[in-house]
Ligand binder design. Structure first.
Ligand code: F6R
Length: 269
């Protein structure tokens, strides 16, 4: 896993947006896997800026979001569809018909989940999956104990996640207990993953994910099995990483590679 430690939240957002923008420029018909939450806001703001000021073109991009709360429809201000429209889709030139968020009000979640997986396959799979991480080490809503081979399905949120997300709802009672979420297996099938983490509260989860054992108790640790993951964290979220100095050294070597002063080889995954 490549680990990039940035100074602060803003720098994480800009760096993450660069990765997404590079892909969109290189492959204008790419399929993006998208996340919601506080961490990704900076990245979305930068992507909107790149669209407005530099004409970054999303017209042929397809997107699939990771998850949605059960019971919330698209017009509910806390639903993830609403979040995506509010922060991203309404401000760029993506065709809304090419954007997919699981339906929190599906009548048959099993059928809906299967259909979601099928749609991802029909689009040729996800080229770049953007991920945040929960304080309990979850990716999407794959809470501790989720099968590392899991597919899109319903998942019960842990008390920790409900507490963490209560800040968006006002009270813990208002946070839905269930979500429909891509599985760890679904995420591992994407071609590249970008894991973002900011703030002190994520430090332990980041340490366990990057340097701990691969375990279903920290579902993000399954990313160690993926061949192309870049984790971008800020100083606070990266503060417990034991090999920070090495990660910096790798980044310096990457800079050299990019500047053409070192042989062009695929390195340091
Ligand atoms: C959201 C999602 C979650 C969040 C995670 C971190 O679509 O899949 O895994 O990425 O809970 O949330 P924030 O960024 O709000 O701390």
């Amino acid at each position: 896993m490549r680990v990039i430690v940035e100074l602060n939240r803003e720098a994480v957002g800009r760096r993450a947006a660069q990765f997404v923008a590079d892909l969109v420029r290189r492959e204008p018909t790419c399929v993006l896997g998208l996340a919601t939450g506080g961490t990704v806001l900076g990245m979305y703001a930068e992507l909107v800026r790149l669209h407005r000021e530099e004409g970054l073109d999303f017209s042929r991009v397809v997107s699939f979001n990771l998850d949605e709360y059960v019971g919330l429809g698209p017009s509910h201000p806390q639903s993830y569809r609403f979040f995506m429209q509010q922060h991203v889709f309404d401000h760029i030139n993506i065709d809304v018909r090419n954007t997919h968020v699981p339906d929190g009000r599906a009548l048959d979640f099993e059928a809906h989940s299967e259909q979601y997986e099928k749609m991802i396959k029909e689009e040729g799979g996800i080229d770049l999956q953007v991920l945040g991480i929960g304080t309990d080490g979850h990716i999407a809503f794959n809470e501790p104990g989720s099968s590392l081979g899991s597919r899109t399905r319903l998942k019960t949120l842990t008390e920790e996640t409900v507490r963490d997300n209560a800040r968006f709802f006002g009270s813990m009672e208002d946070v839905p207990q269930l979500a429909v979420t891509m599985g760890v297996g679904t995420i591992l099938e994407s071609r590249r993953c970008l894991l973002l983490a900011c703030g002190d509260a994520k430090a332990k989860a980041v340490r366990n994910t990057v340097e701990g054992p691969v375990t279903a108790q920290v579902t993000a640790s399954a990313l160690q099995l993926h061949r192309e993951v870049v984790a971008i964290v800020d100083e606070d979220a990266g503060r417990l990483l034991e090999r920070r100095d090495y990660y910096r050294q790798v980044e310096q070597a990457q800079t050299l590679l990019r500047s053409g002063r070192a042989p062009q080889i695929a390195a340091d995954r």
